[in-house]
Design a protein around this ligand. Structure first.
Ligand SMILES: *Cc1c(COP(=O)(O)O)cnc(C)c1O
Length: 963
């Protein structure tokens, strides 16, 4: 206490590093001593192969304080000029209800949770996601919906792949796209079609009548706002057994006949305008709905209703057997991280407003549009639309003047069409805004009066929606959408769901390969600054200078960290990054006349998204073996690479490996593949074990994605958002994704887009930016070192109780370790699932279960977990081991013990009868710390099989909860 103030304290700089990193210097010493290393440096030398170790410090500058960094970023943000937007094109200004803004978007109880792999401690967000599905089902008029995809463009691309899987028209290889779909959607779909080898025809919608297709894509209302008659076209496609997808808008569907009623098989779109800010492109949730009979082919995650071991209704992720970890290259899609937080926001928006509120919002939007149309008519301007909901386009000779006047008033219109101006209305616009628009279109003194125009519309009952397209069916009739309309009730509903979920604000979430580190509040604050939140992704680039500067800076930092030459910020998740990276590899080979190179080598230990992405990129997967120590079997790799040499496209390899080990032979692996003319794709999910000590570029890889939502502090949001930018060496840089609406740098316009927005989910990039700025080069390296220290500390302490599956040189693990439950299972009958569920009784979220090895748990503590928490976790694991011993010894029968019965609920505790051979106390308060900081799972163990056999993916009635 009595130490004098040091100079560095006066500068107040490394303050944040010490708060991001859990263990302090003394604790680190204790941990080092436990594992037998003298210093962090010594540990790194013992752990990381010498031939990949980088000793120079990264050129990232010094750590800075939170105050400094936030004021620096504020100054950058202020270079964004946020105009009033009428651009539309799939992105609309919206009022995020404040109760949702503060209690969901800005609330760590919601944003720090993980994908609900452990449903017993995730019933809150599962219920909210089920609401999302119900909302989409109701509004689209279809029978089943998933719980979010990454954006509208990729949802449409998924729909094309879905059409190919499910269409009975097996002889056609042609996919039709109406030319009045948003340009970015068309582009994303076309990019994907090329990789799949589908033919595509883009033409006026009617053209489909002359074609025999396996699938067709229409937009309703279309990109110009027209409510186009598409039933005949849908019927034609159905006649030839094709699958029709309709891109649509949820707000419009409150007023329009549904895609389901029009006969469509699939509806996709974005839920952005349901309360999620535009954020310069994302993150937003996309939706995907279809017919019940096609449900097993649905891409993405589906929430289903099941029951728990006591027969109580409980929710879970359904049909996981369709997903990448099991089906790998045969999976329905490569979607892993989705957009859970944003789907939850949209669902809450619907819960908050209800059917009536949404109807009012939509009717206001339609009325404002009608008034605007009426005004144009008065002035002799005919709109191009036959019909409309919120968007109209009109031809004009005075486009230049109109655009100039709009600019002066800080208003953005849609102007990308020759001789045409289009405007899209939204819930934030008012009658005064229509007056302003008239001023812009006609100049002041136009004499138009909104009240008078409104009178004309009311008396003549003018509507942009033709009678035969008016919606008559009900929607959002479920009680959840009709209960929580006062702010008090809404607040309590949000809180009641939050209480059911275990997130990082309760305890450590040691999910291996997921890097659940601190998402510091300072990192989150800029996300909701209006300068960042309210920017339209297609706003003129000179208005987005703040964003551009922030993105460029982050680019430069990531280049320094990865050792690559260029970065693309477009992919919205790690899996999308894989897809974009493989696409670049493919284009590179093509550019050299090597189009035949289409084999992708993937070690058997790889994450499931790797083979799924390779399949999407039109590659053939050849699996290479791992040896007994979990390392890539070099002989097998050499053999297989040689066998396919002429056709070798690339290898996908994770480093450190998914087994949590720095493989010694990584450089050799790169050399073998390069030697046969292949490229190296290094999955960067494990970058948290590389930053500052090595880098993919230095190791010899050609391209990687970075999960900014793992290593670089973007919170997981309960299963998204994420960002998966890719880094590439210079020879791949010309093949990075471009964008059809906003040109990116000097990239070739022919390069297709992989996301709907040019810089992906740009709105969450400030999080990673702030993290790097706060940590500086030294802090980042320290984070890596402590992450490795912490994993080795856990491995060391638990190794006396459980086998640790794989280790590298000097018996060290990287940033995570695998605990093998299989021997215990063999001797006691207790499973890895039992251990995972029992951890809940101790107040912990389970580690990653059965990935990458079935029957194991993979633990990744990260640098952020304080030693006391790490110790508590270790003690819980040791206590659980003692419980397993009791089962093994026969003290507790296998059918009735605290492990098999876990998790225990409050309801278990309060049963009058207690007929178990262990006490209630042991059931729910197995340790003092569990008692002091109890987390109550709200349901007992959930029956997965029952849920998949009896698949229900819509909201159950309130009564069924009571049963
Ligand atoms: C998380 C992860 C991915 C997928 O990333 P998403 O962002 O979830 O799509 C890929 N590979 C590995 C090794 C991962 O851990």
């Amino acid at each position: 206490m009595s130490e004098p103030v040091s100079l560095s304290q006066l500068e107040n700089r490394d303050d944040f590093i010490q708060r991001h990193i859990g263990p302090d210097a003394a604790e680190q010493q204790h941990m080092l001593a436990t594992i037998g290393a003298t210093s962090l440096d010594d540990l790194i030398k013992q752990t990381v192969p010498e031939n990949i170790l980088i000793n120079e410090q990264m050129a990232l500058g010094e750590a800075q304080s939170e105050v400094e960094v936030l004021s620096w970023l504020k100054q950058i943000a202020s270079q964004n000029q946020v105009n009033k937007s009428y651009i539309g094109l799939g992105y609309y200004p919206t009022h995020t209800p404040n109760v949702i803004l503060r209690n969901v978007l800005e609330n760590p109880g919601w944003y720090t949770a993980y994908t609900p792999y452990q449903p017993e401690v995730a019933q809150g967000r599962l219920e909210s996601l089920l609401n999302y599905q119900q909302m989409v089902i109701d509004l689209t008029g279809l029978e089943i919906a998933n719980a979010s995809l990454l954006d509208e463009g990729t949802a449409a691309a998924e729909a094309m792949a879905f059409a190919k899987r499910t269409s009975k028209n097996k002889k056609s290889n042609l996919f039709f796209i109406a030319d009045d779909v948003h340009p970015q959607t068309i582009n994303v779909v076309v990019t994907r079609a090329e990789l799949f080898g589908f033919e595509v025809e883009i033409a006026p919608a009617d053209k489909v009548l002359e074609l025999d297709v396996f699938g067709a894509l229409f937009q309703y209302p279309n990109t110009y706002g027209d409510i186009n008659p598409i039933e005949k076209l849908i019927a034609h496609v159905a006649d030839s057994k094709g699958i029709t997808t309709v891109v649509t808008d949820l707000l419009a569907l409150t007023q329009l006949k549904t895609p389901g009623e029009l006969g469509a098989d699939v509806a996709v779109g974005s839920a952005q305008r349901f309360g999620v800010p535009m954020c310069y492109g994302g993150p937003h949730a996309a939706f995907f709905a279809t017919r019940d009979k096609l449900k097993r082919s649905l891409p993405g995650r589906i929430i289903g209703v099941s029951k728990d071991s006591k027969g109580k209704l409980a929710l879970r992720m359904a049909l996981q057997t369709r997903e990448q970890h099991i089906r790998r290259e045969k999976a329905n899609s490569n979607i892993c991280t989705a957009q859970v937080l944003l789907a939850n926001m949209a669902a809450f928006y619907a819960v908050y407003h209800g059917a009536k509120g949404l109807d009012t919002i939509a009717k206001r939007v339609e009325r404002l549009t009608s008034i605007f149309v009426e005004g144009l008519k008065h002035k002799g301007i005919e709109v191009k639309n036959k019909n409309y909901f919120d968007t109209v386009a009109f031809a004009t000779d005075s486009k230049t003047q109109i655009v100039a006047r709009a600019q002066q008033k800080q208003v953005n219109l849609r102007t990308d069409l020759e001789g045409v101006v289009a405007v899209s209305f939204d819930e934030t616009k008012t009658a005064n805004d229509v007056v302003e628009l008239f001023d812009i279109v006609f100049g002041e003194g136009h004499g138009l009066d909104v009240k008078a125009l409104d009178k004309v519309i009311t008396s003549q009952q003018t509507s942009g929606i033709p009678a035969e397209y008016k919606r008559t069916s009900e929607y959002l009739t479920h009680p959840v959408f009709n209960t929580h309309h006062s702010e008090t009730e809404m607040l309590r509903y949000i809180k009641s769901l939050e209480n059911k979920d275990l997130a990082l604000n309760h305890s450590m979430i040691s999910l291996g390969s997921c890097t659940m580190k601190l998402n510091a509040t300072a990192e989150m604050i800029p996300v909701t600054w209006p300068e960042f939140a309210n920017m339209h992704p297609f706003a003129p680039i000179e208005q987005a200078q703040g964003y551009q500067r922030m993105i460029r800076q982050l680019n430069d930092w990531l280049i320094e960290i990865t050792g690559y030459d260029a970065i693309s910020m477009q992919p919205n998740s790690g899996a999308q990054g894989e897809y974009a990276g493989l696409l670049a590899i493919r284009k590179y080979h093509e550019s050299r006349g090597d189009s035949h190179r289409n084999i992708c080598l993937i070690p058997s230990s790889a994450h499931g998204t790797n083979p799924a992405s390779a399949q999407m990129a039109g590659m053939k997967v050849v699996v290479t073996a791992c040896d007994a120590k979990g390392n890539v079997d070099l002989d097998d790799l050499r053999k297989k690479a040689a066998e396919v040499a002429d056709n070798l496209s690339c290898i996908m390899i994770t480093y450190p490996s998914t087994h949590g080990v720095y493989e010694q032979t990584i450089r050799e692996i790169c050399d073998i593949v390069h030697g046969h003319g292949g490229q190296v794709y290094m999955d960067g999910a494990n970058m948290n074990a590389q930053v500052g000590v090595t880098s993919p570029g230095f190791i010899g890889s050609d391209v990687s994605h970075l999960n900014l939502h793992k290593t670089f502090c973007i919170p997981h949001g309960g299963g998204g958002p994420g960002m998966g930018p890719i880094g590439v060496k210079s020879h791949l840089a010309p093949f990075l994704p471009n964008h059809p609406v906003v040109q990116i740098d000097e990239l070739d316009q022919a390069n297709g887009a992989v996301s709907a927005a040019p810089w992906g989910s740009a709105g969450i990039l400030p999080i990673s930016w702030v993290y790097i700025a706060l940590m500086g080069a030294q802090g980042l390296r320290k984070a890596t070192e402590v992450a490795i220290l912490s994993a080795n500390y856990i491995a060391k302490r638990l190794s006396e109780h459980y086998p640790i599956l794989y280790t590298g040189q000097n018996d060290r693990v990287a940033h995570e370790c695998i605990i093998d439950i299989r021997p215990l299972k063999a001797s006691s009958g207790v499973t890895e699932m039992d251990v995972a569920k029992r951890l809940m009784d101790y107040g912990f979220h389970a580690p990653t279960m059965s990935f990458p090895v079935a029957g194991t748990l993979m633990v990744e503590p990260t640098e952020s977990e304080p030693l006391c928490e790490v110790d508590r976790f270790i003690e819980a694991m040791i206590a659980i081991k003692n419980e397993i011993d009791q089962v093994e010894k026969g003290v507790w029968p296998l059918e009735d013990n605290p492990l098999g019965n876990a998790p225990h609920t409050m309801s278990d505790l309060s049963q009058a009868e207690w007929n178990h051979p262990y006490s209630r106390e042991l059931a729910v308060f197995p340790t003092e710390q569990a008692r002091n900081n109890k987390f109550w799972p709200t349901v007992n163990r959930i029956d997965d099989v029952y849920g998949d056999r009896n698949l229900i993916c819509s909201c159950p009635t309130t009564e069924s909860y009571a049963e």
